[in-house]
Design a protein around this ligand. Sequence first.
Ligand code: BTN
Length: 234
Amino acid sequence: MDYLDLHFSEIDSTNNYLKNSYKLLNDFTFVSADYQNQGKGREDRIWLSEKGANLLFSFLIKNKTLMDNAPILSIVTACEIAKMLEDNGVKNVSIKWPNDVLVNDKKICGVLLQGQIPDYLIIGVGLNINQKKFDNNLRRPATSMANELKKDINIDAIKDNLYKDIFTNLRCLNKNDYYNFFDQHNYLLNKRVRVMINGQPFIGEVTGIDNNFNLQMVCKDMLIHIDSGEVDVL
Ligand code: BTN
């Protein structure tokens, strides 16, 4: 088995493409684009990216075993991105649970998980590679591989390696391979945070992640496990 690699110079959103075509496509179809005119971020935000400067891709999951692990797939994807960044010499890489990849305090990559279980799952990745300037009004300041490494990067080479790693490692997923890596790159560790759960704010200190990659925090002397949500550092 191998993966399919589709590319568009312009598209609405690579996640949308897979959402509209999943019935005709196989597990591990990858689709990338130089430019998205309706790029989407989490929480209905817009994902803006300079044309041809960054790596924008999504891949499709249709097999049941992987869909049963849906919540951790985006975390594992973030770990693969973080590993690739370190392999390329980027320093101070961390992962803000569940799946933002940061360098120092700046965002270099975001992951968007969408789907309709049991039919399909889509994992979309926006990785800043050669973009040098970013909007000052972003929720969190952004950076790129080029800004960190002080040189332009070959996007296709990064893409080929990432596709291979994601295909190889997610197809035969071993969660334990990622647990320590995440733990060592946990941006939120020991930070005081606020998480919204069903509209209720929970404030506490992050102590780590559990075996299912849920975020653990101490809140009013109780250890709580959080399986999804946006976390703000206080
Ligand atoms: C986030 O909010 O951090 C997630 C951003 C995900 C952006 C990527 S770019 C490729 C794929 N297509 C989209 O429309 N969004 C994702």
